[in-house]
Ligand binder design. Structure first.
Ligand code: CDP
Length: 218
């Protein structure tokens, strides 16, 4: 067994990074973690507690009273907020979609969730996807990928999923925020998925890792 692999996959909304990250993790037998789910879970909890997502002090007070439990089952990461594991519908509902960027812009929220994200690396090889995984969470990993796609293609992909999500507004907020904005790490491999299908993107990532890491079986 070689050193545990940490593979960071970042990119904007609907760039395909979630599907790619999940498939790469399966191909390389690593734990898959969707860090966005953690921001979504805490956003859901904030709304559930009737805390205004733009009231930073109130959000931080709630954060300090909230427990998170993270782990994985059959190589898929999960998060529980205040002891609750949320459904896909709860994590992706319209209210969460429109508030998550405001919550994720709060430095205290990020510090708490980044600590949870780093703890995953103590145990096993992993593929983690998000916005700041290569820049902030695991800046020392050599395996960084940034998956992008043209804005109109991303909007069309999200529409096809039937999700009412203003990805343009979210991307703007995620890129402009002060705390860990969405940006390409200097040493990341950028993949434009506009005209590639999922298999092609997965192959690029997996082959790049196998090429340089002989401990990864093919
Ligand atoms: O699935 P999609 O790409 O649309 O979003 P997501 O990965 O579920 O992330 C939801 C939101 O969480 C993003 O719009 C960011 O505001 C925030 N996020 C973040 O700030 N940092 C991360 N590492 C992951 C997500």
């Amino acid at each position: 067994m070689g050193k545990p692999l940490i593979i960071a996959i970042d990119g904007p909304a609907a760039s395909g990074k979630s599907t790619v990250a999940r498939r790469v993790a399966r191909a390389l037998n690593c734990v898959f973690v969707n860090s966005g789910e953690m921001y979504r879970a805490f956003t859901w909890w904030t709304l559930k507690n009737d805390v205004d997502p733009t009231d930073t002090d109130a959000v931080i007070r709630l954060l300090n009273d909230t427990s998170f439990t993270c782990g994985h089952e059959e190589l898929i990461g999960f998060v529980e907020v205040a002891g609750q594991r949320l459904s896909e519908e709860e994590l992706k509902n319209d209210a969460v979609n429109s508030s998550v960027s405001a919550i994720a812009a709060i430095a205290e929220v990020r510090a708490r969730l980044v600590a949870e994200q780093r703890a995953f690396a103590n145990e096993s090889s992993l593929v983690m996807e998000g916005r700041d995984i290569g820049t902030v969470v695991f800046p020392d990993t050599p395996w960084k990928f940034f998956i992008d796609a043209a804005p109109e293609i991303r909007a069309a992909r999200r529409n096809a999923e039937g999700i009412g999500d203003s990805i343009e507004a979210r991307d703007r907020a995620d890129s402009m925020r002060k705390a860990s904005p969405l940006k390409v790490a200097d040493d990341a491999m950028v993949i434009d998925s506009s005209h590639l299908d999922i298999d092609e993107v997965v192959d690029i990532v997996v082959n790049a890792i196998r090429w340089e890491n002989e401990s990864v079986a093919s």
